[in-house]
Structures are given as structure tokens and as C-alpha cells.
Design a protein around this ligand. Structure first.
Ligand code: PLP
Length: 243
């Protein structure tokens, strides 16, 4: 016997198109291709996701972003997770979009971006309840004020991630979304524009339309899988992997 895995890129294309149709043309799709595109092979998947209309990609770690750039992918790539200080330079060299967590990280990136003569897009993630990377809501405004005061950095977006959106009960997700909205309002009232706000993983993309905001961040559904048995079937998905 020979066993092999087959990846159907047409299924990925169809899934991205179904997502875009579901969220509407005013909402961007940021395809989450971390962890080797959930094991599907990141480069062909990333190309298919972008060709199908996704505006952006997201990965967990800087080295994953570098891999995309080396393959010639030029779309915006958000690095959602932790970056070592030593990885700041590769984010600048490869025009990745880091998620800034501390004033020190902002300063280091600012110095490197200025040296390279670049304006580096950066984002900030707020921890509204998941406790996995991100700043506390009350830390967001001072951090973003610090970022916008530094040369070489372009504050591009604010986001959060849901702790329990896979469950049918959306009350915690709604509470997180309300903390996010309050924090965003506070930042905007301080005179800082937030070009893109985003929160929705696959479950919220499917079942929590108020979380779509400017951009959705689907991962598992790109590959044609429902994030859990509890989400509805309102977006038709085609599994991309077969064995
Ligand atoms: C993995 C991840 C996603 C995608 O989650 P899915 O449940 O696979 O859709 C979105 N946002 C962040 C921050 C993630 O880490």
C-alpha cells in the first residue's frame, strides 16, 4: 500500500470565496496560515488563499512570515504571536507586521525601521479574556500613544482573540467584544485613528456577525473544516485534505 495526502486547492479557493461572500465585500479576509497552514503546506495554500481574494495573511511567528516572503508572497502578513528581540530585524527586513506588546519592542522596531528607511506597519492585540499574548485593555492606549510617537512605525490595527467562541453560548465572546469596542473607542477619542479592527476567528466569522468589524481572521475554515460541531452550517465548506 501507499498512503498519500492530497490537498485540493480548488476547495481552498471555494472556501475563501464562501467566506468573502458571507462577510460581504466591505470586510477584508485575513487568512490564518500559521503552523504550516494547519499542516496543509503553507506556500501553495497561501497563494490559493490570496488568489481567491483574501487581502492579508496571518502567522504565529516571524520565521513563518519570512518563509512566505522567500516564496515571493508580497501581501501584508501579520505576525500574531511573540517575537524574540533578535527577530525584530527580520520583521523589518521582510516587511512583516509585528504585534507589539511592550514599549521596548516598539522602540527596538522603530530604531530598526528608521535605519532601513522604512515605515513598518504594526498592530496591537488586546487581551480581552483569553490570556494568551496581548496587552491588557487599560495598557492599550498608553502603548499605542507610545507607538504613534515613534518614527518609522505605522500603527495599522487593533485586534483581539476569543477565548470560547467555539461554544454555542456566545455570551463570553460578546463580553470580550464589548471590552474590545470600549477600548477602541477610548483610543479613537484620544485622537488616534485605527485603520483596521479585527476579532473574528472561524467560529465568529460564521456565527457572530457583529464581530466581523473591518476584517475577519479565519483559520480552520479555510481548510474546509467546521471549528466545532456547535457552529451553524451557514457557510458551505469543502474539506481540502483527503487521505
Ligand atoms: C489561530 C488563530 C486564528 C484562527 O482561528 P480558527 O479557529 O482556526 O479560525 C485567529 N486569530 C488568532 C489570534 C489565532 O491565533
Amino acid at each position: 500500500f501507499t498512503s498519500f495526502i492530497q490537498i485540493d486547492l480548488d476547495a481552498v479557493t471555494a472556501n475563501v470565496q464562501a467566506i468573502q461572500q458571507h462577510v460581504g465585500s466591505t470586510v477584508q479576509v485575513m487568512g490564518v496560515v500559521k503552523a504550516n497552514a494547519y499542516g496543509h503546506g503553507v506556500i501553495p495554500i497561501a497563494r490559493a488563499v490570496l488568489e481567491a481574494g483574501a487581502a492579508r495573511l496571518a502567522v504565529a511567528r516571524p520565521d513563518e512570515g519570512v518563509q512566505l516572503r522567500r516564496a515571493g508572497i508580497t501581501a501584508p502578513v501579520l505576525v500574531m504571536g511573540y517575537a524574540l528581540p533578535a527577530e525584530a530585524a527580520s520583521s523589518v527586513d521582510h516587511d512583516l507586521t509585528p504585534t507589539i506588546n511592550t514599549p521596548e519592542m516598539a522602540e527596538a522596531l522603530s530604531v530598526l525601521a528608521q535605519k532601513a528607511g522604512k515605515s513598518l506597519s504594526v498592530q496591537v492585540k488586546i487581551d480581552t479574556g483569553l490570556s494568551r499574548y496581548g496587552v491588557m485593555p487599560e495598557e492599550a492606549l498608553p502603548l499605542i500613544q507610545h507607538i504613534t510617537g515613534l518614527k518609522g512605525l505605522d500603527f495599522e490595527g487593533l485586534y483581539t482573540h476569543f477565548a470560547t467562541a467555539d461554544e454555542a453560548d456566545k455570551s463570553l465572546a460578546r463580553r470580550q467584544l464589548s471590552i474590545f469596542a470600549q477600548t477602541a473607542r477610548q483610543i479613537e477619542r484620544a485622537g488616534i485613528a485605527i485603520p483596521i479592527k479585527h476579532a473574528a476567528n472561524s467560529t465568529a466569522t460564521i456565527d457572530l456577525p457583529e464581530a466581523h468589524l473591518d476584517c475577519v481572521r479565519p483559520g480552520i475554515m479555510l481548510y474546509g473544516l467546521k471549528p466545532s460541531a456547535e457552529v451553524s452550517d451557514t457557510v458551505a465548506l469543502r474539506p481540502a485534505l483527503s487521505l
